[in-house]
Design a protein around this ligand. Structure first.
Ligand code: GLN
Length: 459
């Protein structure tokens, strides 16, 4: 069994789980000084590993028994510090488990710790954390991407088998792509947001990161389960992920034939030439192995993505942060936050003030409808859309980028985010820097995306 089904191998060889966890802790102690992927470790992890090992030996273990899971620090894990990598919430111990965390625990997934991130998930590079940046495990000089920087880095460095992240405009897919791991953003509303600290609630989703597509499918299957406390998520969402992991394993290049693969002209124009070449090679190979057609699409409104996403995020973030006034939780956010968080709060305040005329937020919402419509129409012609996940190579940590340059990292991930559709990334190459290939499909076709990612993984 090779690295492409590493998660399955770990699940099958889980008899000495506690010893493996002990080794992982040593590895983290030694190597995470450089990577900085964790900002809080679970103090009870070894004891919990032993309990899970006991259940494994008694044949009473759940679907995730034998796997180690890292959680982004904006998803509440009871008793652990859920700081959003901000000084604002530096001492905030979550009083309850997020729905997704409860599901992970029910299936005996072991939570090893809380991961570093861009402050309040507002970023694309992993550099805006109050707890210092995360480094890319493939090359510590480079950014790991963001905002789920620590989750991607922890999986890439082998500190955790799976990770939970959040994706508003690309924060799972972007760092997964830069760190050479799999990342997946589900259809908006399929996975509960209960216990997730908002960046922009109309786009936020919990997403998953893993070494292989099988791992991503398994974790999605688990976190979509059961009753959710989130009134805005779909009931019975688990039906969309029924046996997702098994379906992924059974998918092969023979079973998928004669597809129409969409590629988008406007995306190509935005993408760095080296990256584009790698991506197009992979798409051509996929097409020839499956006798599929490559269909060139022109989606003019996709270019509006970045311009319309940010005003909406600013406005919703401004509103979400009003509770961080220092009275109930932590410190007053404006007094202690970093410059990107402050920019969004101040920008969001201005937009909100102008909003009685519907000048920005409402206009941006209307523009997003155009993007969504264009994608819906495109999916009448193609089975899925493939592209690069991130249009530019990762920069060297600490390089000064303009705000526009930083936001341009999100150009290819934002369209799926604002349309609420599923999208995932799978690594195509890892050197000299990692490049991920993104697959998008219509709403609720999450498992189809996973299977297609799996086939790219098998190429
Ligand atoms: N980079 C985007 C932003 O800064 C995406 C963040 C996210 O998905 N959480 O808003």
């Amino acid at each position: 069994m090779d690295v492409k089904t590493e998660t399955l191998r770990l699940l099958k060889n889980n008899k000495n789980f506690a010893a493996r966890v002990e080794n992982l802790l040593k590895l983290i102690e030694e190597k995470d000084k450089v990577v900085n992927s964790f900002i809080a470790l679970n103090p009870d992890v070894l004891q919990q590993a032993r309990q899970i090992e006991g259940l494994i030996h008694e044949n009473k273990a759940g679907m995730l028994a034998g796997l180690v899971i890292a959680v982004k620090s904006n998803i509440c894990v009871k008793g652990l510090i859920t700081s959003c990598a901000s000084k604002t919430l530096q001492n905030f111990k979550a009083p309850y488990d997020a729905d997704v965390v409860r599901n992970v625990k029910q299936e005996h997934g072991l939570i090893i710790g809380m991961t570093n991130m861009d402050e309040f998930a507002a970023g694309s590079s992993g550099e805006t954390s109050f707890f210092k940046p995360t480094r890319n495990p493939l090359n510590p000089e480079l950014i790991p991407g963001g905002s789920s920087s620590g989750s991607a880095a922890a999986v890439a460095a082998g500190f955790a088998d799976l990770a939970l992240g959040t994706d508003t405009g690309g924060s799972v897919r972007n760092p997964a792509s830069h760190c050479g791991v799999v990342g997946f953003r589900p259809t908006y509303g399929l996975i509960s947001r209960y216990g997730l600290i908002d960046l922009a609630m109309s786009f936020d989703t919990v997403g998953v990161l893993s070494r292989d597509v099988y791992g991503a499918a398994l974790l999605l299957e688990v976190i979509s389960k059961g009753k959710h406390f989130d009134a805005t998520s779909f009931p019975n969402a688990e039906q969309y992920f029924t046996k997702a992991a098994q379906q992924v394993l059974q998918a092969n290049l023979e079973s998928f034939k004669h597809l129409n693969i969409g590629i988008v002209k406007e995306f190509e124009t935005l993408t760095d030439k080296t990256i584009l070449k790698v991506i197009n090679n992979a798409i051509e190979k996929f097409a020839s192995e499956t006798n599929s057609n490559i269909v060139e699409l022109s989606l003019k409104h996709l270019n509006l993505g970045v311009q319309t996403y940010y005003p909406i995020v600013y406005t919703e973030f401004f509103s979400a942060t009003r509770r961080f006034d220092g009275r109930k939780y932590g410190l007053p956010i404006e007094n202690v936050s970093g410059s990107e968080v402050l920019r969004r709060i101040l920008g969001g305040r201005e937009i909100s003030k102008a909003e009685f005329k519907g000048r920005y937020y409402r206009k941006a919402r209307a523009a997003l409808k155009l993007i969504k419509q264009e994608l819906t129409d495109a999916f009448k012609k193609v089975d899925f859309i493939a592209s690069a996940t991130v249009p530019r190579p990762p920069h060297k940590l600490g390089t000064k980028l303009s705000v526009e340059e930083m936001y341009s990292y999100d150009a290819l991930t934002i369209p799926a985010s604002v349309s609420g559709i599923p999208a995932g990334t799978v690594p195509v190459v890892k050197q000299p820097f990692a490049i991920g290939l993104q697959v998008m499909a219509p709403e609720f076709q999450d498992v189809k995306v996973l299977k297609i990612l799996r086939m790219f993984e098998l190429l």
